[in-house]
Design a protein around this ligand. Structure first.
Ligand SMILES: NC(=O)c1ccc[n+]([C@@H]2O[C@H](COP(=O)([O-])OP(=O)(O)OC[C@H]3O[C@@H](n4cnc5c(N)ncnc54)[C@H](O)[C@@H]3O)[C@@H](O)[C@H]2O)c1
Ligand SMILES: N[C@H](CO)Cc1c[nH]c[nH+]1
Ligand SMILES: [Zn+2]
Length: 435
């Protein structure tokens, strides 16, 4: 077995394999990312634009000569010219599908009658200004521009800010710019990493503070997002990509291996790929496919890194144990390639997104299907959900009582006012009924 061969491990009903447990629990956060993020955020809070530029030069690839953070109209026009027609067509198709899914997910304002003639309800109002982080370290994720801001566009947010790192000549990838324009970005800044999160969270002279930051990122972005929570609203922990494939002997090993590699190739080295199967024969065939297919990939090196420390092939005694293991992992992406895949998928309760059956590779979720590919990672799919259009609206409760509703509830208000020693609370109800 080579160093880069993913290990085949047995997951049994009795003793749990330590290697599997380590795999499930290993945090994706780079050692030291938290500490660096703390220092950089503090500097940005104090020194604004000058600190943002300093770190863009230090940590992004931005050149010394880059002094302007905002993407200009000329740069946008140049990007639109540079992008090929095939990509434009694909991006428009993806944008249409993402927008259709977002429209279908919009909640309607609603009301219900209160018992004595009034009503209760909720209304949904777009946020005013949001910021999306578009990763640009290991790969230019143009699809992420669509998978974030399109939802904000459908929600009706008027100010759509995007931050993404500049390259070594101070430019942003034209495909990212084209996709951002399609998704309605109103301001785009050439800044990445911790400094992008700090600028959007605290605001600088150039980059106005946003109400909410969304979007994925590598270990540094993820650490920075955790630290600014509370100064700004956030979507979730959307860190290095993960995939789990739950398969039986009906699955094609070449397909399974391709899907495991699709997330390993993201390239930060912190990604995770897990096969859970009832068939040891499949696990062995997948291991051979992983090695063969890796040779043909452009990103062999980062993939090999993930295969070495972020990929395991777990053999389970039966499907129930497989489902249990997948739910414990709570992966960002969960593929089910088994007989009766729909019924198996019903039992998966912890995952960012579930891809059901042999015709649904995870990559359709990344680029084309419709739901946002911004999804929780690192086990947080057990309690966070993926990005939706409702992330870009505030939900406001509405309460409209009639006199008889107040009469009916006054004794409840009085009782709580007494117990909580808050007389004025009680009085504000009873005073109305005395007059
Ligand atoms: N969960 C999701 O929904 C989702 C969606 C898309 C992508 N992803 C993941 O997002 C990640 C993108 O990561 P990335 O690294 O390519 O892009 P990134 O833009 O998050 O990271 C690159 C930036 O990190 C900063 N950085 C790098 N080294 C640093 C250091 N030593 N100190 C301080 N800052 C440093 C720099 O500012 C650089 O521009 C991938 O792991 C991908 O799998 C996740
Ligand atoms: N797999 C990523 C989410 O984890 C999304 C993505 C963008 N581009 C390619 N893939
Ligand atoms: Zn992907």
């Amino acid at each position: 077995m080579k160093k880069t061969d993913a290990p085949i491990l047995k997951y049994s009903a009795k003793g749990r394999s330590r290697k599997i447990e380590d795999f499930l629990l290993r945090p994706p956060v780079e050692k030291g990312a938290d500490q660096i993020a703390r220092q950089v955020l503090e500097d940005i809070r104090e020194n604004g634009d000058s600190a943002v530029l300093k770190y863009a030069r230090q940590f992004d690839r931005a050149p010394q000569k880059m002094v302007r953070l905002r993407v200009s109209d000329t740069e946008m026009a140049e990007a639109k010219k540079a992008v090929d027609a095939d990509f434009k067509k694909a991006a428009k198709e993806a944008h249409k599908r993402i927008a259709q899914f977002a429209v279908a997910g919009l909640r309607e304002d609603w009301r219900m009658p209160s018992p004595q003639g009034g009503w209760l309800g909720e209304k949904f109002v777009p946020l005013d200004r949001v910021g999306a982080y578009i990763p640009g370290g290991a790969a230019p994720l143009a699809s992420t521009a669509l998978m974030t801001l399109t939802l904000a566009q459908v929600a009706g947010v008027p100010e759509l800010v995007a931050c993404t790192p500049a390259d070594s000549v101070g430019k942003v990838n034209p495909y990212i710019l084209y996709a951002l324009d399609l998704a309605g970005a109103t301001e785009i800044y050439k800044v990445g990493g911790i400094q992008a999160i700090g600028a959007m969270a605290y605001g600088t002279k150039t980059i106005g503070k946003v109400q909410k930051i969304v979007g994925p990122g590598g270990p540094y972005v993820t650490a920075a997002k955790r630290l600014v929570y509370g100064d700004v609203a956030l979507d979730m922990v959307a860190g290095p990509s993960e995939i789990a494939v739950l398969a039986d002997d009906s699955a094609d090993p070449a397909h399974v291996a391709a899907d495991l590699l699709s997330q390993a190739e993201h390239g930060t080295g912190s990604e995770k790929s897990l096969l859970v199967t009832t068939s040891e024969k499949l696990a062995k065939a997948v291991r051979i496919e992983l090695a063969e297919q890796t040779k043909t990939l452009a990103r062999k090196e980062p993939v090999a890194k993930v295969l070495e420390r972020g990929c395991i092939l777990a053999v389970v005694p039966d499907m129930e144990k497989g489902i249990e293991l997948c739910n414990r992992f709570a992966p960002e992406h969960m593929e089910v390639i088994t007989k009766r895949a729909e019924s198996v998928a019903k039992q998966i309760t912890c995952a960012g997104a579930i891809f059901i059956g042999p015709w649904t590779p995870e990559s359709v979720g990344d680029f084309a299907a419709g739901p946002s590919h911004v999804l929780p990672t690192g086990g947080t799919a057990a309690f966070f959900s993926g990005l939706t259009v409702e992330d870009f609206r505030r939900r406001v409760s509405l309460i409209h009582f009639k006199k008889n509703d107040l009469k009916e509830t006054a004794s409840v208000v009085e009782a709580f006012g007494r117990v909580e020693t808050l007389d004025a609370h009680a009085r504000s109800a009873t005073i109305r009924l005395k007059r």
